[in-house]
Design a protein. Structure first.
Length: 323
């Protein structure tokens, strides 16, 4: 009699583009990619961890997951058919299978993805957000559904007619609506959140040593993705230097935004803080990059050991009450 395999502890759901099938039919993530790093870490903590590629053929993916019968699905997918705006469809698919999984559900992903909607929801909770750019004031133009500062450069801040020109060019290039809002001068703050209460980790800020007027005023796509560019302007991340009352206000605001956007297990929130200590919610990342390099670069989650971080995410999802 064939011995039945033990129930799968964690099924790591990944985008099919992130690896290839081995001779035994198993899916193998690309070496040294985030999927492979997460897999290795999970296997140090859980007895049976299997990789499941999320393909266009939903029936095959569903069959694979049903066969594994995982206690939890670690949802590491980022898109559907290459469209990041469809990530909510994968969460809806998992809901339809009745599976527990890490990260937000469909509504949470939709709310966090939409920069205009997320700010409206934050504002309803009493959290300050940038308003509309008035005449003569600087405005920042960004894609409404952008990811990882896509489409954001130093030219994103403009005034007057240049705002309309920038918006038109961005809409044409990216094929999506744009957001035009008042540019808030100040400090970039990043808040990492863990669990479902959630717990706020020590906030991080982006610091620019250069006093050159040409230095970036905020975190552009190039700032986030080009180490040489950051080095040129003396830009680095460090623990935010905030007094105790400001930290308490930031924690309260972060929790209100977390719940208003229906985020779960882990997330990163971005704020801008003015010289007078007022902070404004900018956007939410419902599933931050879990590559150790990315985590160490910004520092939001770096103070939690990597294996422990993934365990917290998994156990948070497992303890969450079904709705």
């Amino acid at each position: 009699m064939k011995r039945k395999s033990p129930r799968c502890d964690v099924a790591l759901l990944v985008d099919v583009e992130t690896g290839e099938y081995g001779r035994d039919g198993r899916f193998i993530p690309e070496d040294d990619d985030v999927e492979e790093k997460v897999l290795r870490a999970l296997r140090r903590s859980y007895r049976r961890v299997e990789v499941v590629p999320c393909t266009r053929d939903r029936a095959t993916t569903a069959s694979w997951l049903r066969r594994l019968d995982p206690r939890i699905v670690f949802n590491l997918t980022e898109w559907l058919d290459g469209d990041r705006r469809q990530d909510a469809a994968i969460a809806k698919f998992l809901d339809g299978l009745g599976l527990r999984y890490t990260g937000p559900g469909p509504e949470g992903l939709r709310r966090a993805r939409d920069k205009a909607l997320s700010k409206r929801l934050a504002a309803r909770q009493g959290v300050p957000v940038p308003g509309r750019a008035g005449a003569g004031r600087a405005a920042i133009v960004k894609p409404r559904y952008g990811d990882a500062s896509e489409g954001i450069s130093n030219r994103s801040v403009a005034r007057g007619a240049a705002v309309r020109e920038r918006a038109a060019a961005l809409r044409k290039r990216l094929g999506q609506p744009v957001v035009c809002e008042a540019f808030i001068p100040g400090r970039d703050l990043y808040v990492g959140l863990l669990g479902n209460e959630p717990r706020m980790l020590p906030p991080v800020e982006l610091v620019t040593r250069s006093r050159d007027r040409a230095a970036p005023q905020f975190a552009t796509y190039r700032v986030k993705n080009d180490p040489r560019y950051r080095a040129k302007w003396g830009m680095h991340y460090r623990l935010a230097r905030l007094d105790a009352p400001t930290l308490r206000r930031l924690e309260q605001a972060s929790r209100r935004v977390f719940h208003a956007l229906k985020l779960r297990d882990y997330a990163r929130l971005d704020f801008r803080m003015t010289e007078d200590g007022q902070f404004y919610f900018i956007e939410a990342n419902p599933n931050p990059d879990l590559d150790p390099y990315a985590l160490n670069r910004t520092g939001c989650f770096a103070r939690v050991p990597y294996d422990r971080l993934l365990e917290i995410i998994v156990e948070s999802a497992r303890r969450r009450k079904r709705r």
